[in-house]
Design a binder for this molecule. Structure first.
Ligand code: NAD
Length: 266
């Protein structure tokens, strides 16, 4: 790591959606530790205040709280406006908020399907649109990082909306990257494998289930939020100044066709 890692985002402003827990909290912490002011979005203000307390103080002012539902156009427009005013600009947008709702696909309700798409996909469009409009109107540059998933590539049975949303996010990133590259605006994604967060409470705290999950991962362990955050901060940094339109899989080898670790086909 470069020596200046501790302050490489000094004077920079970052908005992280879904920062009240899990990977989003880890991303917010990593940016703040490296000097950035971070606007913390999530739906619940009290949870965001608790995260704000944990972040190191940085020069320039407090880390703003930006509570709201990022699947709703009015909330996104308000939060983007408030964040831009609080910071006097925006350098990095991290679209991290995400949900999943399981169901056999023959029973999936339109309401649940649309809800997952709204949080995981539409919110990426809404937030990116607002940031891009600001950067273009003020002749500024910035960078967008979207939190996708290995399920951008690997199908996820019984999670049709999740699978569809993450597949689509990969192409949203590539399309925006191509459209805005000439303006110096970079757009990339990080695609986590199985990470220890509240989203995975079903197996994280059960030793048997934890072991079962780990067995499917070539590196034999789930990842930590920090391991995703480190790639997000890399993508946002000058170290990644020539990278755009890419999805970096951070998955302990999950997308390497783990079932082919032993030869069974010939
Ligand atoms: P999590 O459930 O722990 O946290 C999700 C965050 O998103 C929370 O802060 C929640 O409040 C916020 N959120 C949900 N709906 C929102 C909305 N409408 N508006 C604003 N905020 C909203 O989940 P996580 O594991 O930290 O996942 C974060 C991202 O990482 C998601 O996009 C998820 O798909 C992706 N991901 C996670 C894993 C994993 O194993 N945990 C793997 C691959 C991808």
């Amino acid at each position: 790591m470069p020596d200046n890692r501790s302050d490489r985002f000094a004077g920079k402003s970052v908005l992280v959606t879904g920062a009240s827990q899990g990977i989003g909290e880890g991303i917010a912490l990593a940016f703040a530790e490296q000097g950035a002011r971070v606007a913390l979005n999530g739906r619940k203000e009290d949870k965001l205040r608790a995260v704000q307390e944990k972040l190191p103080r940085v020069s320039g002012g407090d880390h703003p709280i930006a509570a709201g539902d990022m699947s709703k156009e009015d909330d996104v427009d308000r939060i983007m406006k408030e964040s831009l005013e609080a910071f006097g600009g925006l350098d990095v947008l991290v679209c991290n908020a995400g949900i999943m709702i399981p169901s056999p696909s023959e029973d999936v309700t339109l309401e649940d399907f649309n809800k997952v798409l709204a949080v995981n996909l539409t919110s990426v469009m809404l937030c990116s649109r607002a940031a891009l409009k600001y950067w273009r109107a003020h002749d500024k540059t910035g960078t967008i990082i979207v939190n996708s998933s290995v399920h951008q590539q690997i199908p996820k049975p019984q999670y049709l909306g999740y699978s569809a949303s993450k597949g689509a996010v990969g192409n949203v990133v590539r399309t925006l990257a191509l459209e805005y590259a000439r303006f110096g605006i970079r757009v990339n994604a990080v695609a986590p494998g199985a990470i220890v967060t509240p989203m995975n409470d079903a197996w994280v705290h059960d030793p048997k289930q934890h072991e079962a999950v780990s067995r499917h991962i070539p590196m034999r362990r789930p990842g930590e939020s920090r391991e995703i955050a480190d790639v997000v901060t890399f993508l946002a940094s000058e170290d990644a100044s020539y990278i755009t339109g890419q999805t970096i899989f951070v998955d302990g080898g999950l997308t390497l066709y783990a079932d082919f670790e032993q030869n069974w086909s010939s």
